[in-house]
Ligand binder design. Structure first.
Ligand code: FAD
Ligand code: UDP
Length: 371
């Protein structure tokens, strides 16, 4: 078999590059070891007729007009703003923890005092990472920080990462800062939404080009000596590509349990977090994302797990200085390949990317190597 560009992985990284490269007239072969396209964004109708996300809840959000416009060629949007409630002290409070959460967990007079301190010290509309708030020398703000750390972050982190928040890179817990605001939305990006007909429909449209041939249930190892190509785009694990010569890059995995309930709705919002109870971190109810009308509802429960090669999936790179040093050694090898092999995406760049970041990087790679 022969092509101009072989692309390994049919997630957003591989699909965006396939779409752009094929539009220049080049022949692309796109392979994926799974039996479907769309990578971790894959959604499908389950046996109960409910559109679900196989690999966890995917909410699209971006500040990049370029990325939003690019994706909007392939879909209409449900204009959806994600809200998350965390179960704390028998109440459901908005996360990120904000001024509304404050009044739900503390007596009004104390909440008022803390609110004033937060406004004086940090200012309305600002976001404070919990590990930073913990360093405060104010007695009442320290009480708040300890409360939020203990009730929102500690248990969730121990489950999600197997370590305390301070034992993983600062950037991880900073994704969900304390928000000095009454805005209950999980994200504040300019553009937010859920594709009206789902993510897989976007991928079908992106890849609908006669210059693209798709091979599913096909690993790179199986075809690397059988397919002739000018360039290779690799979106799988970079450590695997180089046969783990500098050791394994660590990841966290997840186990998903799906349940269908014979009721119209199961919970109040699309995502409810359980920092302090049970073995799982969060439950997603997909109908809240998709606005689907149905008599029953399907939920997805997430149980974090250690990643073991060959046993489960590498869902999350684990950001840390130590792991980044290993990654940089692989990157040095990658750079020696001089554009013949291009590494793109969450696994290939070992970065905790959101979808819009992955798409943005793939568009840049196209400009640099293929235009
Ligand atoms: P992937 O989607 O992982 O695609 C890589 C593909 O390569 C996979 O299909 C894999 O099977 C294939 N592959 C790997 N190695 C090989 C090989 N050797 N041979 C053949 N095929 C191979 N982002 C958001 O913006 N919003 C969200 O709400 C959000 N929620 C998330 C929830 C969870 C639980 C997870 C895990 C991620 C979430 N993300 C979210 C992140 C988002 O999933 C990623 O940014 C995006 O899917 C990464 O795209 P990718 O193409 O780089 O990788
Ligand atoms: N986090 C937490 N408690 C929560 C929500 C998030 O401790 O209720 C922390 C935790 O470290 C988590 C990180 O914030 O891994 C990032 O959360 P996000 O929702 O962005 O995770 P993702 O959707 O990528 O799994």
């Amino acid at each position: 078999m022969k092509c101009d560009v072989l692309i390994v992985g049919a997630g957003f990284s591989g699909a965006v590059l396939a779409n752009k490269i094929a539009s220049t007239g080049k022949k692309v072969i796109l392979i994926d070891q799974r039996n479907h396209i769309s990578g971790n964004c894959y959604d499908f109708i389950d046996e109960n007729g409910i559109l679900i996300h196989k690999y966890g809840p995917h909410i699209f959000h971006t500040n990049s007009e370029k990325v939003w416009n690019y994706l909007s060629q392939f879909t209409e949007w449900n204009y959806y703003f994600h809200t998350v409630l965390a179960h704390v002290d028998g109440k459901k409070i908005p996360v990120p923890f904000n001024l509304n959460s404050l009044y739900q967990v503390f007596p009004e007079s104390y909440a008022l005092k803390i609110e004033q301190l937060l406004l004086e010290k940090y200012g309305f509309g600002n976001k404070i990472p919990i590990l930073k708030l913990l360093q405060t020398d104010d007695k009442d703000l320290k009480f708040l920080a300890d409360f939020v750390y203990k009730n929102i972050f500690l248990g969730y982190n121990l489950k999600q990462w197997g370590v305390k928040p301070e034992e993983i890179d600062f950037s991880v817990s900073s994704r969900v800062p304390v928000f000095i605001s009454k805005d209950d939305r999980y994200f504040q990006d300019i553009y937010q939404g859920i594709p009206s007909n789902g993510y897989t429909e976007i991928f079908n449209k992106m890849l609908n080009n006669s210059n693209i041939e798709i091979l599913l249930e096909t690993t790179f190892d199986e075809v690397k000596s059988k397919i002739q190509y000018e360039q290779l785009v690799y979106t799988g694990n970079i450590d695997k590509y180089f046969d783990y010569c500098f050791g394994e890059l660590p990841y966290r995995s997840l186990e998903f349990e799906f349940q269908n309930h014979k009721t119209e709705y199961f919970q109040d919002v699309a995502q409810e977090n359980y920092p302090n109870n049970y073995d799982y971190t969060r439950i997603t109810e997909f109908k809240h994302l998709t606005n689907q009308n149905a008599d029953t509802t399907t939920i997805g429960i997430e149980y974090p797990k250690p990643y073991v090669i060959g046993k489960n999936e590498p869902y999350y790179p684990i950001p840390s200085n130590e792991n980044n040093e290993i990654y940089l050694k692989y990157l040095e090898l990658a750079n020696k390949l001089n554009g013949k092999v291009i590494f793109s995406g969450r696994l290939a760049e070992y970065k905790y990317y959101n979808m819009d970041q992955v798409i943005g990087v793939a568009l840049q790679i196209f400009e640099k190597y293929f235009k």
